[in-house]
Design a protein around this ligand. Structure first.
Ligand code: 7TS
Length: 419
């Protein structure tokens, strides 16, 4: 699966071997066209190793966790908690107790906004986000603003989608309590200069939340090195199943946060009058969790570790640059975001002058090519670019230059077809 078995001088991954782990990549679409899956920023595909671990859980170990003395429950609990430890290791979290399972990035950010925000923020406190956020890192803060009266400010983007850091330094003042930013834009692919944001936040005494939904699958993430306070990501974008994600937070914050949901598994004692809370992380995980999902998330982390995050990043930079160079040669194509693949992940948003992105997406689908079109849940970016929507191709470890060739050939057909 891993390195040194190059198909060519330029690849550091054995892509054909990796592709064999993903049965869906053998699918055919629209009367026998091989699937070209370029919608990885929306969700990634799942390797057999992850599917096998989920299946094995249901076949051999299925039981509820943390509550049984019987063998299956003990096994299920151990598998669930061992997944938590794997995930902590993958992100270099100081302890797995700080890793809260959520349903995904959206729930993780909402948990911070409501469980931490309501507890610690008051009228007039400032929360700084950016113009390039996904809606899930905008809307929870707007809800909190309307409830509590916090000031919500946005770091604007420059014309290439990078953040205006001069503006940011004026915005991040001493009444700023939290800076919440995406590590990588899902609509443009830009990689945020996290250390610059963290420096400004620390100087102002503010905490930092990093939305890692797009970065975690593609860039090595070392939570301790990043020196942040909260980190959110989703398993389904990093080869894992849907409906499971991570909120990591420093223990000092988790200790002061009230639980958002009450119920089974999150209590120590319950009387008719009141209740006391279980230890962290259980305090934030009310109810029967997504046990199979957590196990699949752990298996996805194992898979990515075996391939090597640096190999994945190198492959994606190469394929993204190849795609940018080819797309630039098509006359009516406009690419958004930086043109240097070192400054972005494997996401390319583009438009073809005079043709609606939805039409582009539909014609590509008839060729078996899956891309996403629309506002990508990042409407402020669309407003800043003054476009209603873009077409977006997004790559992952199993995509090939041949697939990029198919994309550009199909785009030429789209242009011929619509004129
Ligand atoms: N943050 C970013 C940067 C994202 O790209 C997404 C999902 C989310 C948060 C929310 O993740 P979820 O797993 O909770 O839904 N992004 C996309 C996308 O670009 N296309 O579909 C989902």
């Amino acid at each position: 699966m891993a390195t040194n078995k190059s198909q060519s001088m330029t690849y550091s991954l054995d892509i054909e071997k990796i592709r064999r782990d993903f049965p869906i990549l053998r699918r055919e679409i629209s009367d026998g066209k091989p699937l070209v899956y370029l919608d990885n920023a929306a969700t990634s595909q799942t390797p057999v190793q992850v599917i096998a671990d989920i299946t094995r859980f249901y076949r051999d170990h299925n039981a509820n966790i943390h509550r049984g003395v019987h063998t299956l429950s003990i096994e299920a609990t151990e598998l669930h908690e061992s997944a938590r430890r794997k995930i902590a290791r993958f992100f270099n979290a100081p302890t797995s107790d700080e890793c809260i399972f959520t349903s995904g990035t959206t729930e993780s950010i909402n948990l911070v906004a409501h469980a931490w925000g309501r507890q610690h923020l008051k009228k007039g406190d400032r929360v700084v986000i950016t113009e390039i956020e996904h809606h899930s890192n905008i809307v929870p803060w707007q809800i909190l603003r309307d409830e509590v009266g916090i000031e919500l400010k946005y770091i604007p983007m420059l014309s290439d989608g990078t953040l205006d850091m001069d503006y940011a330094s004026d915005l991040i003042t001493t009444n700023t309590k939290l800076v919440a930013v995406t590590a990588m834009s899902n609509a443009l692919g830009n990689i945020t200069e996290i250390s610059a944001v963290v420096d400004l936040a620390k100087k102002a005494g503010a905490l930092v939340l990093l939305d890692g939904a797009q970065s975690a699958p593609h860039l090595k993430t070392d939570i301790q090195q990043l020196d942040i306070d909260f980190f959110a990501c989703s398993a389904h974008k990093m080869l894992g199943p849907t409906g499971i994600g991570l909120l990591w937070a420093k223990m000092e914050h988790l200790t002061t946060m009230k639980p958002l949901m009450g119920g089974g598994d999150m209590i120590l004692t319950v009387s008719m009058e009141n209740s006391t809370w279980a230890d962290i992380p259980a305090k934030f995980e009310a109810g029967t969790p997504n046990i199979a999902g957590a196990i699949g998330f752990g298996a996805a982390c194992d898979y990515l570790t075996n391939v090597g995050m640096e190999n994945i990043r190198n492959h994606e930079m190469q394929i993204t640059q190849y795609a940018i160079d080819k797309l630039q040669r098509i006359e009516r194509v406009r690419i958004f975001g930086p043109l240097d693949s070192k400054k972005r992940g494997g996401v390319i948003s583009f438009n073809i002058e005079g043709i609606h992105p939805h039409d582009v997406g539909q014609v590509l689908d008839s060729d078996g090519i899956a891309i996403r079109t629309g506002h990508h849940c990042a409407q402020p970016i669309m407003s800043a670019l003054n476009v209603p929507a873009t077409a977006r191709a997004s790559f992952y470890l199993y995509n090939t230059e041949k697939e990029v060739d198919k994309l550009t050939e199909a785009l030429n057909t789209v242009i011929e077809y619509f004129g």
